[in-house]
Design a protein around this ligand. Structure first.
Ligand SMILES: Cc1ncc(COP(=O)(O)O)c(C=O)c1O
Length: 403
């Protein structure tokens, strides 16, 4: 008699098994290791400029820069077609109209096309050092001088470094930065200028309840990621209670349907634009050593660069890291970006894509802006990721890119 084949004792691997979410921090996190190392970053920083004021955010700094220009109501402001909504909302809050300009292949304003725009007389131009890879703005500065346009150098991605011949922030009439992208602060930005005094700028004080919440938010994030041994246990249950009751799970931005301008404006939460930053943010901005921030970011970036060194010449040009810079993200061009980004978001990978474009932005494929909005994935390389975390992102991406 033939026996039925016995069932295998080892379970068959499920090829469609869903990998576990990465749950890696999407920005700096306070840990005891943040207090190690030299205070000097080894690079100039935007908050070193002759005139500098801490704000609640980079978007608040952009708004305040426009206000510093004088009465600008109704004027138009040049904004790049490659943007996140928080670069446009401050323009509208200041009562101005955004006029979108095209970018060349290096992410700088396409000055030839600007010459063809004619008609409008913009009061200011916002120019960003994308990804924390600063570039000389010599030509842009010259163009602004020739046309009587104020230059706002947006250093949200680029707190440290040299932009060609000058330190970052020294090209603009005003420079703005986002401290929360570089330090574990709950909120903070910088408005600075190498040439114009900010002494008349008055910001509103904060309530005690906001100050206390700021401290709790910083500790909560540190404990949640296990970065504060000694406090992780005792504070862990409080953190779990706070998360359950105070912070219900938020929908990820990538899963939100495209919004109209009003909804985008609300999403940018410009409510604290005139407020002073929290005490805890100011304390951390003045106290935390910065060398570690620069070194670890460069190291993580080098890992990404090595992993993707076999990709196209365009990729190598896009992601070339200047020697004197502290990157914000590694920009990766992906042809099949919709699929890859969707999978990365499902895995909660520390990756962004600027696909939430302000309504009315021109979609001209000969402009690099719309192409970048679609194809560029921004891979975070902040100092509170470990190299194992970076390797996980690389391995996942390599698999997805081969699918
Ligand atoms: C280039 C650029 N400018 C300005 C901002 C606004 O900075 P914040 O988030 O600190 O308001 C951002 C935020 O992502 C940005 O990427």
């Amino acid at each position: 008699m033939e026996l039925e084949p016995t069932a295998p004792t080892v379970p068959i691997a499920r090829h469609d098994a869903i990998p576990a979410p990465m749950r890696l921090p999407r920005g700096p996190v306070l840990g005891w290791d943040n207090f190690a190392g030299s205070h000097a970053p080894g690079l100039p920083a935007v908050d070193d400029l002759a005139h500098a004021v801490l704000t609640t955010s980079g978007r608040a700094a952009l708004y305040l820069a426009l206000c510093e220009l004088g009465p600008v109501q109704g004027a138009c402001v040049l904004v790049p077609t490659y943007h996140c909504p928080t670069m446009v909302a401050p323009v509208l809050l200041a009562g101005c109209r955004p006029l979108f300009y095209a970018l060349d292949d290096s992410g700088l304003p396409d000055l030839e096309r600007l010459a063809q725009m004619g008609g409008e007389r913009p009061v200011a131009m916002i120019v960003a050092h994308y990804f924390g890879l600063p570039r000389s703005l010599a030509d842009v500065r010259q163009w602004c001088d020739a046309h009587g346009v104020a230059l706002i150098e947006d250093c949200a991605h680029c707190l440290f470094g040299w932009a060609g011949e000058r330190p970052v922030g020294h090209w603009g009439d005003y420079a703005t930065a986002s401290l929360s992208k570089f330090l574990p602060v709950p909120e903070a930005g910088v408005l600075a200028s190498a040439t114009r005094s900010l002494s008349t700028l008055v910001l509103q004080p904060r309530r005690l309840s906001e100050q206390l919440k700021g401290v709790a938010d910083v500790l909560e994030l540190g404990v949640r990621h296990g970065r504060l041994p000694g406090l992780n246990g005792p504070l862990g249950s409080i953190v779990r209670w706070r998360r359950g009751t105070l912070h219900p799970v938020r929908q990820s931005q990538a899963d939100v349907p495209p919004a109209d301008a009003d909804a985008m404006m609300r999403g940018c939460d410009m409510g604290r634009a005139n407020a002073r930053p929290l005490w805890v943010s100011r304390w951390m901005a003045n106290t935390l050593p910065r060398e570690r921030v620069v070194l670890r970011r460069r190291r993580h970036y080098a890992r990404f660069a090595q992993a993707f060194s076999d990709r196209s010449a365009r990729q190598q040009a896009l992601a070339a890291l200047p020697p004197r810079a502290a990157p914000y993200v590694y920009p990766l061009w992906v042809d099949d970006a919709d699929r890859v980004y969707r999978r990365l978001r499902a895995l909660e990978a520390p990756v962004f894509r600027w696909d939430r474009i302000w309504p009315g932005t021109p979609d001209d494929r000969s402009d690099c802006g719309p192409r970048w909005s679609h194809h560029i994935l921004q891979l975070l390389c902040h100092q509170d990721l470990d190299h194992e975390d970076v390797d996980r992102v690389i391995d996942t991406l390599r698999t997805l890119l081969q699918d």
